[in-house]
Design a protein around this ligand. Structure first.
Ligand code: PEP
Length: 245
């Protein structure tokens, strides 16, 4: 099995019910995309977006879940609750959550196990800071995050890995193609060494992907798609990225 291609959008803390008009626009422009298609809106919109997407190619995901199945965790969301309202995926370990909430690799791995138990595909994010890249630590950082954040129960069917350099997120800056290729080759090697189906995991690049640079990034070996933030909010931006994959 070859890795599946995936165009995934992360709306972060943006959007209201009115923003779901973008779903209609995206689907009418791209009713049969040549890749898996996913949008991860704020949790309060997951149900409405999933209903809007029913019968279409669009899948819907959350942006985080708790490691526990239920209980006294005010403000948190269980993986099964996301699944219950129509989610198929959940983003875990995004650098904004690692920074804003101090999420550790071990916590991300625990959340991924919870996601799998609820039947969700976990999109596990890894990425170096600019300081780490400047210090020549990128490959070590990515290897350590992969080892710590991806649980042993991960398979190519239930887990996607997103390489998102922290310094490229929302900045308009991207690594060179060689830098992306180097990290993706490392991720493929590490996954293949650890998992029987490591060659089949979908590997996404994320960080300032736009209509203008998507095709070039998708041509890099071991890049099977993108996790897109700002450019996923408008169908007019996300559509061309989906079409480039
Ligand atoms: C992200 O938040 O996952 C992301 C990649 O953001 P942006 O595309 O805006 O850089």
């Amino acid at each position: 099995m070859a890795p599946r291609k995936l165009a995934a959008g992360n709306w972060k803390m943006n959007g209201t019910l009115a923003s779901l008009a973008e779903v209609d626009a995206l689907l009418s422009a791209h009713p049969a995309p040549g890749c898996d298609l996913l949008l991860c809106p704020p949790a309060v919109l997951v149900h409405a977006m999933a209903q809007r997407a029913q019968g279409s190619a669009l899948k819907v995901g959350g942006q985080d879940c708790h490691a526990n199945a239920s209980g006294a965790h005010t403000g948190d969301i269980a993986a099964a609750e996301l699944a219950d309202v129509g989610a198929s995926h959940v983003i875990l370990g995004h650098s904004e959550r690692r920074a804003d909430h101090g999420e550790t690799d071990a916590q991300v791995a625990a959340k991924a196990i919870a996601a799998h138990q609820a039947g969700l595909v976990a999109i596990i994010c890894v990425g170096e800071t600019e300081t780490q890249r400047d210090a020549g630590q990128t490959l070590d950082v990515i290897a350590a995050q992969l080892a710590g954040s991806v649980p042993d129960c991960a398979t190519a069917a239930n887990t996607v890995i997103a390489y998102e350099p922290v310094w490229a997120i929302g900045t308009g800056r991207t690594p060179t193609n060689d830098q992306i290729a180097e990290v993706h080759a490392l991720m493929r090697d590490k996954l293949s060494a650890r998992f029987a189906d490591g060659a089949d995991f979908t590997l996404l690049y994320g960080g300032s992907v736009k209509p203008g640079n998507a095709a070039e990034i998708f041509a890099i070996p071991h890049v099977e798609g993108a996790l897109v933030g700002g450019a996923s909010l408008k169908a007019s931006d996300f559509g061309p990225i989906v079409a480039a994959l």
